[in-house]
Ligand binder design. Structure first.
Ligand SMILES: Nc1ncnc2c1ncn2[C@@H]1O[C@H](COP(=O)(O)OP(=O)(O)OP(=O)(O)O)[C@@H](O)[C@H]1O
Ligand SMILES: [Mg+2]
Length: 360
């Protein structure tokens, strides 16, 4: 198992979030979630979105957007009294317990952390985290920045109305947004300030789409404040707009940018739900090599046998659903040694040797 650093999550405990009734999981640098449709993979990844919103002091807006606390608690308020979680970074941790109120909000009934020598009980009855208010700034800034820079990507929308295909504010380039809506602005920044990373991205895209020549990144001639994703086919000098890109090519561009952006811009923990969407098996192989090469923590969910085959058994987390509850467990290599002599991981998944198959 590859080592993680102290800015990456080493363990996560979740109790009663959506289908995840009880999860206590060690995380390593590579974490590939497999499981049947509806097993709880996206719920697990969605949990990270909630925690980010919580640390942005935006929990109640998140709860309302999700359609009330009933939607977040395991089978709603009638079944679940509390949602609890713990985030461990080595020996340091943050933990919170949230309870639903009559008006269907979530209230903190416990919030605490231990960070180095700092041990804080942060009280109860509040609706947004009090970490920023009640924890010394040196610690709270560190924790808040660790968690708010997680990035949870899902590049499923490549329709004609997808934001990634629209003109976007050229200055929105601090990081690549979860749906890659600012891909052109971000690539523009990379080309100007980090040319080596930019060139790597372009070359890697060409491996998957040999007809791709170059991006055409420039402030829009009509409005210098915005930029659109434009590109040249190899040997052509008429720029194409983003809507002429195939869905798979566009998704691969997003993924190559995520994993090949310069180290200092790359979030410490990168989450991607279904990165394989619409990708050719060869593109999946390249994608897996990008994931393995980064020093960052990667958490992905997948239905792809090809992607699974690119990883070690110890990188895999199997999500099974049993009586409405998702169980998450890491594969143990020594249980599979003999099987792996004759079969690939993907074959073992299909043969139901490793779990992660549909059940009630
Ligand atoms: N509040 C909740 N309480 C209990 N179960 C829930 C709750 N919210 C969602 N679920 C369950 O979670 C399921 C969806 O899980 P999720 O989206 O994580 O699946 P998945 O593993 O990502 O599947 P796919 O591979 O199809 O994307 C729903 O079908 C529902 O059964
Ligand atoms: Mg899903």
């Amino acid at each position: 198992m590859t080592q993680i650093n102290d800015k990456q999550l080493s363990r996560i405990v979740i109790k009663s979030f959506k289908s995840i009734a009880d999860c206590n999981l060690s995380l390593s640098r590579l974490n590939v979630l497999i499981g049947s449709n509806g097993a709880g993979k996206s719920n697990f990844i969605g949990f990270f979105r909630m925690v980010q919103q919580l640390f942005d002091e935006n929990l109640q807006v998140f709860v309302s957007r999700q359609g009330s606390s009933d939607a977040l608690l395991h089978f709603g308020r009638k079944t679940t009294e509390q949602l609890k979680f713990e985030l461990w970074f080595g020996d340091n941790y943050y933990m919170a317990t949230l309870e639903p109120t009559q008006d269907n909000r979530l209230m903190f009934t416990k919030e605490s952390l231990r960070w180095g020598l700092t041990n804080e009980e942060l009280g109860k009855g509040h609706f947004e985290t009090v970490v920023r208010k009640n924890v010394p700034a040196a610690i709270s800034n560190h924790i808040v920045s660790l968690i708010t820079q997680w990035r949870v990507y899902h590049f499923h929308d490549t329709s004609d109305t997808a934001y990634v295909k629209q003109a976007h504010n050229i200055n929105d380039n601090a990081y690549l947004r979860p749906d890659a809506r600012n891909l052109a602005s971000f690539l523009y920044l990379l080309r100007e300030n980090y040319p080596a990373s930019y060139q790597k991205i372009v070359k890697t895209i060409r491996l998957v789409a040999p007809f791709f020549g170059e991006f055409y990144l420039r402030p829009s001639p009509q409005n210098q404040d915005v930029i659109e994703l434009e590109w040249f086919e190899l040997g052509q000098d008429i720029p194409f707009k983003a809507y002429l890109l195939s869905d798979g090519t566009l998704r691969f561009m997003c993924l190559a940018t995520v994993f090949l952006q310069p180290d200092i811009l790359q979030p410490e923990t990168i989450l991607v739900d279904e990165p394989e969407l619409g990708l050719h098996p060869y593109a999946i192989t390249i994608l897996a090599s990008l994931m393995r090469a980064t020093s960052k923590q990667v958490i992905v969910s997948t239905q792809s046998v090809e992607l699974l085959n690119e990883f070690d058994a110890s990188d895999v987390i199997v999500v099974d659903r049993c009586q409405g509850k998702s169980s998450l467990r890491r594969l143990l290599t020594h249980d599979l040694v003999e099987w792996l002599e004759d079969y690939s991981l993907g074959e073992l998944w299909k043969k139901n040797i490793v779990g992660g198959r549909p059940s009630r």
